[in-house]
Ligand binder design. Structure first.
Ligand code: HEC
Ligand code: HEC
Ligand code: HEC
Ligand code: HEC
Ligand code: HEC
Length: 477
């Protein structure tokens, strides 16, 4: 009798294995984490254990965000407008992911496509669902009960999380891991997690390497780790959360602005919440302003992204004095990353675009010189320097298909608290009306318009171009 039960279990687990391997061809333990941290640099709950793999948990164990929102309404509202809530249904993500699924060739490329789900729909990956739920699945994206069921991680990169959920199907709240050590017990238990208070939590996902060939794709955590905001002293270190979870309307909370506390309650007092000096905000704002990346009803998040971008960089324009008509005018523009805790831009840097627009006008406003112009189709003048990375495929050709990338061809982004310079030359006509005005603007756009048009077809939208900074100077001749 005992034996037969065992046999049934055994054959069930084999069947289960077959099912889950139908969706995910690769074992994530082969590619996650991408690296371990030395013990002295780890939060107390970064551990040498095995990560959660497909089938370890069931999707029905997790609560939908709306059920967390019943007692955490403010946090729910902020999060609902964020790219985290949209990470799976994001039409731009879906278009690229599905293109990859259709065209990826060979084991390395296919492994890379398995990895997309681990970050963009962590509950879908961990539960090994077959087939994958629809884009509008309520547990898709990076949701409350994913982040707050992370008991530990095992390192940095490619989503090395260990999940310990409750059981929503049986109305058991389980334990939520967070920043407090004195939360009252409610429908769920609460536990302090040092991991959640540090950049290493975000660095689980915000550090992406190709799952097949291990080339670095997104390095936001590593950029931060090696940069000036990670001082090594807990009192002065500025974590991801200090910039991204202090932001709210009017407080961009960047490297160049104040990052004040946000006093309030995590849950209304009648629900058991305590008045606290600081509640971490959940808008998770980056540079995304467009209606593909942001979910519907995210006007506040959109405005905050513009505010964030406007407090990320400054421009310095230097011109030697003493030019005359007929001279060759030379000047220098310096882009300073004053606000971002990582390279500018960071993240999906093969798509992101940052560039300088420069114009010189005469006393009547007539244009004598212009660069960095965008045509009516939305294409940036091809002679313009774009600050981003370029990936190459196995033949050395530039590619935007991350799964077929095997090398990095170039990377000219601006390091945290660092700068980049560009030099310009222009002939001053002999008959010009002085003074001349040099104007320069730093622009940001989430992706090239033609790339979005090709991916989205008729569903394409015109991406906003945000002015991050501008400066100008009059030149008397
Ligand atoms: C019945 C109400 C209720 C529901 C539903 C609820 N919470 Fe809570 N939660 C609370 C209260 C009350 C606190 C304590 C707040 C405080 O200490 O100020 C809390 C605290 C927390 C904390 C802080 C824990 C710590 O120690 O740092 C987290 C994280 C959290 N909840 C996440 C969630 C998530 C995720 C969900 C959905 C799965 C959820 N909550 C659903 C009432 C609720
Ligand atoms: C990307 C991961 C992530 C998601 C998604 C997320 N949180 Fe959090 N949350 C955090 C982190 C990290 C902290 C603590 C930040 C710190 O201490 O530096 C936190 C803090 C909290 C707290 C403690 C109070 C506070 O804000 O300081 C509560 C309660 C909470 N979250 C509830 C929720 C709920 C409800 C949702 C969904 C509507 C949610 N969280 C979504 C990561 C997340
Ligand atoms: C499960 C993996 C995961 C974790 C953990 C995670 N993120 Fe994210 N994050 C994502 C994904 C995926 C996106 C992109 C979603 C999209 O654009 O569709 C994203 C987007 C963002 C953006 C918006 C970028 C933009 O272009 O506007 C910010 C800011 C951000 N995350 C900050 C954080 C911070 C801070 C933490 C830690 C407290 C964190 N994330 C933890 C996966 C994660
Ligand atoms: C000193 C403040 C600061 C710190 C610390 C910081 N950021 Fe940022 N972050 C910014 C600013 C400002 C922007 C907007 C400019 C940009 O897009 O890079 C930004 C943008 C982003 C973006 C969107 C980038 C894009 O262009 O698509 C992501 C994702 C992000 N941050 C994640 C993180 C993560 C993860 C960490 C921690 C490892 C972190 N940030 C630490 C200030 C900060
Ligand atoms: C280890 C985690 C991780 C993996 C694996 C991953 N991503 Fe992402 N993805 C992110 C994060 C974090 C961001 C946000 C970065 C930013 O905003 O610049 C992001 C952003 C994106 C975006 C930008 C969305 C927008 O609206 O701007 C697209 C598209 C995307 N990922 C596609 C993919 C595809 C396709 C795969 C698999 C081939 C993949 N990602 C694998 C973490 C991951």
């Amino acid at each position: 009798m005992r034996l037969s039960i065992r046999r049934i279990f055994y054959s069930m687990s084999c069947l289960f294995f077959l099912f889950s391997s139908a969706t995910f061809a690769s074992d994530p333990r082969e590619w996650s984490p991408t690296r371990k941290l030395p013990v002295e640099k780890r939060p107390s709950n970064m551990l040498d254990l095995l990560i959660t793999v497909p089938g370890d948990v069931r999707a029905s164990q997790f609560f939908s965000p709306i059920s967390c929102g019943a007692c955490h309404p403010e946090i729910f509202k902020m999060w609902s407008g964020s790219t985290h809530s949209n990470a799976w249904k994001n039409p731009l993500f879906q278009a690229l992911y599905n293109l990859g699924k259709r065209t990826a060739e060979g084991e390395s490329e296919k492994k890379n496509l398995d990895s997309c789900v681990r970050c963009h729909f962590p509950i879908g990956h961990s539960s090994g669902g077959d087939p994958l739920p629809a884009p509008d699945d309520e547990k898709g994206g990076v949701i409350c009960d994913f982040c707050h069921s992370v008991r530990a991680t095992t390192g940095i990169g490619n989503a090395p999380y260990i999940l310990s959920p409750g059981n929503a199907a049986a109305m058991e709240g389980g334990t939520k891991f967070g920043p407090f050590n004195d939360s009252p017990e409610t429908i769920h238990q609460s536990k302090y997690s040092e991991l959640h208070t540090r950049s290493e939590f975000c660095g689980g996902c915000h550090d992406v390497s190709h799952a097949g060939n291990a080339i670095p794709i997104e390095q936001t955590y590593t950029e931060w780790e090696e940069g000036p905001y990670n001082t090594g002293d807990p009192k002065t270190t500025v974590h991801c959360q200090d910039c991204h979870m202090r932001q709210r309307p009017g407080f961009p909370s960047t490297g160049s602005t104040e990052r004040p506390n946000n006093p309030g309650v995590a849950s209304p007092e009648i629900m058991g919440g305590k008045k606290r000096q600081h509640i971490w905000t959940h808008y998770f704002v980056g540079g995304s302003t467009n209606p593909l990346s942001l979910p519907p009803g995210s006007d506040v998040n959109r405005q905050m992204a513009i505010e964030r971008l406007k407090n990320a960089a400054t421009l310095e324009l230097s011109v030697e004095p003493g030019y005359k008509k007929g001279d060759v005018l030379k000047f220098k523009v310096c882009i300073k990353n004053t606000g971002a805790g990582h390279y500018l831009p960071t993240g999906l840097t093969e798509l992101r675009q940052m560039w300088l627009g420069v114009s010189i006008t005469d006393a009547e406003g007539k244009i004598l010189y212009q660069s960095g112009k965008v045509d009516e189709k939305g294409t940036v003048d091809p002679n313009t320097t774009i600050y981003h990375t370029v990936f190459g495929d196995k033949d050395g050709k530039p590619t935007l298909h991350v799964w077929s990338a095997t090398q990095i061809l170039s990377d000219n982004r601006v390091p945290p608290k660092g700068q980049k310079e560009e030099n310009f030359v222009c002939l001053v006509p002999g008959d010009v009306n002085a003074p001349l005005k040099i104007k320069t603007v730093l622009y940001y756009r989430s992706a090239p318009q033609d790339v979005v048009d090709a991916l989205m077809g008729e569903k394409s939208v015109k991406l906003t171009i945000v002015d991050m900074a501008e400066t100008s100077k009059d030149i008397s001749l």
